[in-house]
Design a protein around this ligand. Sequence first.
Ligand SMILES: NC(=O)c1ccc[n+]([C@@H]2O[C@H](COP(=O)([O-])OP(=O)(O)OC[C@H]3O[C@@H](n4cnc5c(N)ncnc54)[C@H](O)[C@@H]3O)[C@@H](O)[C@H]2O)c1
Ligand SMILES: [Zn+2]
Ligand SMILES: [Zn+2]
Length: 405
Amino acid sequence: MASENRAVAYKEPGKVEVIDIDYPTFELKDGPGVNPANVGRKVPHGVIVKTVATNICGSDQHMVRGRTTAPPNLVLGHEITGEVVETGPDAEFIKVGDLVSVPFNIACGRCKNCKERKTGICLNVNPDRPGSAYGYVDMGGWVGGQANYVLVPYADFNCLKFPDKDQALEKIMDLTMLSDIFPTGFHGAVTAGVGVGSTVYVAGAGPVGLAAATSALLLGAAVVIVGDMNEDRLKQAASFGCETADLTKGGPAEHIEQILGEPLVDCGIDAVGFEAKGHGAGAKEAPATVLNDLMDITAAGGALGIPGLYVTGDPGGIDENAKKGSLSLSLGTGWAKSLSFTTGQCPVMKYNRGLMMAILHDRVSIGKNVNAKAIGLEDAPQGYEEFDKGAATKYVLNPNGYIKN
Ligand SMILES: NC(=O)c1ccc[n+]([C@@H]2O[C@H](COP(=O)([O-])OP(=O)(O)OC[C@H]3O[C@@H](n4cnc5c(N)ncnc54)[C@H](O)[C@@H]3O)[C@@H](O)[C@H]2O)c1
Ligand SMILES: [Zn+2]
Ligand SMILES: [Zn+2]
């Protein structure tokens, strides 16, 4: 059943292109970024999904900016929602016609970590290291989903089926955030210890920061302060009830003190990662800034949720240490305050069903809060460019015309 399959591929730093790729089969083929040990791997437990919505992420931008070792022609896309069009012989419960959200982590459902719901560090899907994702460097080589069609392995385990297709299509601009940023932001908030009455500082007002802020409010936080140096993104955070900290005008501690009367919050969330900038007008990249800020402004006994991505190799790092992913942390500050840290990929499956229910029953408007905007697959290069310039928009690709708006 060969169908045309167009896909967004990384070409070189600063450039993506929409190219033709093969229609998926139930076997992993060799290709850009595919681990040799995964070539020829059979995927009878998989399904082929026709994409309904597939989003551009800040994580993709690290690759596209040339800040990773991603090879040219790597097909991008790990935020996938789609309609199942083919099932492998061992897919038992997911059926053709189902509309599903696909967690960006690929997880086998059989290993020790999956059994403990740590699906961000599945042991069986990536020969290089624990943890895997679609369309990502060093993640085993599973082909990305910014395409018309994509293969989803271990489908019965990975797919979250929406209960009603028509209702799901109506709320698709919210539900599309379940594949990554909404659970990721929520995990950031949960692991930072957010609960009723908490005061929270979220570093970064990109889509993940806005999703973390949305999650903190959903969890009952009293005050959520979002810090960034991007004015439009801060306005977006203010639009749904957050306080803001404009970091072109001083560090987070000063802003927090003005808002709360003391330079401390209960919970700190890093939604920035290793490409962090320092504070003040025209500040340059300083990769440890956010982690040091959070240790500084989180009250003793508090916790840091760190969804922001840190790498083990960064060709564009500011110095030799940063190139190896080694940062200059004031860990003594964190130690003295008994702070706890949670890093790593978000285990999407822990949260996606509950957050789906919150969306379907109108408890939360994640699509509006992150300013989701649908664009055509062929318009992806422009979407990447605008997102890279700091647009206060979460770009949702609409490869097969399901999204009508
Ligand atoms: N852990 C996970 O599972 C997971 C999942 C998705 C994304 N991520 C990561 O989350 C991070 C955010 O993703 P995104 O899509 O929102 O990215 P983004 O690049 O759109 O947003 C990052 C924002 O941080 C701001 N920023 C830079 N330095 C800052 C500082 N010192 N203080 C406050 N803000 C600062 C930037 O201006 C930008 O608006 C990325 O590193 C991404 O890779 C992790
Ligand atoms: Zn993502
Ligand atoms: Zn596993």
